[in-house]
Design a protein around this ligand. Structure first.
Ligand code: BGC
Length: 350
């Protein structure tokens, strides 16, 4: 027996392909899972087109896919899972040392960089017709979510960003009302959803006012802005920055309210150089108690928060976010950007 999977030789762009791989080894986890969908994000495109990623020790190829959705085929009796359960797999595994955060299940704060990640760093991913996962690294989804469950992993990343931002914001004894989300891609729209669910007056900024994103933002009750951040007309208390666009990041410092928290949740592959008035940015941040911090990955509790957030959301809205599904055999089509794309997913069943 073998499974169909999307794999690459890390470090060698353009080696991606759908191939037969051996059955997943029971050492990868007690749950045997049918792969349903794999969400595609910038990291996957970097792995495929720019040679990012690391294969498992001793293997030439890496099966990619870290945004997962699967259905349990077989589960050990004491695992808490049963055949038919809809699940998502957690991306990161603690480093083997382990460092203090990893030892406490907070691998998203790994200190020594020896963590591994499914589909990215030294562990095969979930982009396969069948995969295995350890029950403690699987999260059950409400069956009503169906294919929208593929949004779990990106939602876990924004659940962490929100949790950390609110934790930091607690240092100022003033209520936080206004949130700004920069970037209306899938991460930005999910961050907006979680902001609305938390009761914030949410504003979403994107470069352009085209395609499905403005309406998606408005349909959850957020205000959509296109263009310059200096012209949004509100002073946000919390910003979740999802573009990774450096010049925008530092412009935010001038736009936010006093005591604001700016969470950097996006990265860009660009190596552009810009000149910035760093002394005035410093002055502004000191005089206004501004916090600017980064947030990566997610711990198990953030996946659980994500599962709750998705089940509370409007299912039709979530399904609009998964704007295109492409059969595994046509995966190259998932890498091309179409005008109406929000989140593109690869269908592992075809
Ligand atoms: C994933 C994270 C991961 C990060 C770095 C992102 O695309 O969503 O889970 O930690 O890449 O590899």
């Amino acid at each position: 027996m073998s499974v169909k999977a999307l794999s690459v030789v890390p470090g060698k762009p353009d080696t991606a392909g759908v191939r037969d791989h051996p059955d997943p080894s029971p050492s990868e986890g007690g749950l045997l899972v049918e792969g349903l969908l794999m969400g595609v994000c910038g990291t996957d495109i970097e792995i495929i087109q720019e040679g990012y990623g690391w294969s498992p020790p001793g293997d030439e190829r890496l099966i990619i896919g870290h945004e997962s959705l699967g259905r349990v085929v077989d589960a050990p009796g004491d695992s808490g899972f049963a055949a038919g359960d809809l699940i998502a797999g957690i991306v990161r595994r603690p480093d083997p040392v382990p460092c203090e955060p990893c030892g406490k299940g907070q691998w998203d704060f790994c200190r020594n960089g020896k963590y591994t990640e499914r589909g990215i760093k030294e562990r095969n991913g979930y982009g396969a017709s069948q995969w295995r996962v350890e029950p403690e690294f699987a999260v059950k989804l409400d069956p009503s979510l169906g294919d929208a469950g593929v949004l779990m992993e990106p939602t876990s990343v924004v659940a962490k960003a929100w949790e950390q931002s609110e934790k930091i914001a607690e240092r100022a004894p003033a209520p936080q009302h206004v949130a700004l989300i920069t970037g209306a891609g899938p991460i930005g729209l999910l961050a907006a959803l979680l902001g609305v669910q938390r009761g914030f007056d949410v504003h979403v900024l994107d470069r352009v006012d085209a395609g499905p994103k403005p309406q998606l933002a408005r349909d959850i009750g957020a205000t959509f802005h296109a263009g310059d951040v200096g012209e949004i007309g509100v002073q946000p208390d919390i910003v979740i920055e999802c573009t990774g666009y450096g010049p925008l990041v530092f412009e935010l410092v001038n736009v936010v309210a006093k005591d604001a928290v700016i969470c950097l949740a996006g990265i860009s592959a660009s190596t552009r150089k810009v000149s910035l008035g760093l002394d005035s940015i410093n002055k502004e941040m000191v005089l206004e108690n501004t916090v600017l911090f980064g947030s990566v990955n997610a711990a198990r509790r953030h996946y659980e928060q994500a599962a709750d957030a998705l089940v509370k959301a409007d299912l039709e809205w979530l399904n609009r976010l998964v704007s295109r599904k492409v059969a595994l055999s046509d995966y190259t089509d998932a890498l091309d950007r179409h005008d109406d794309d929000v989140k593109v997913a690869i269908d592992l069943r075809h």
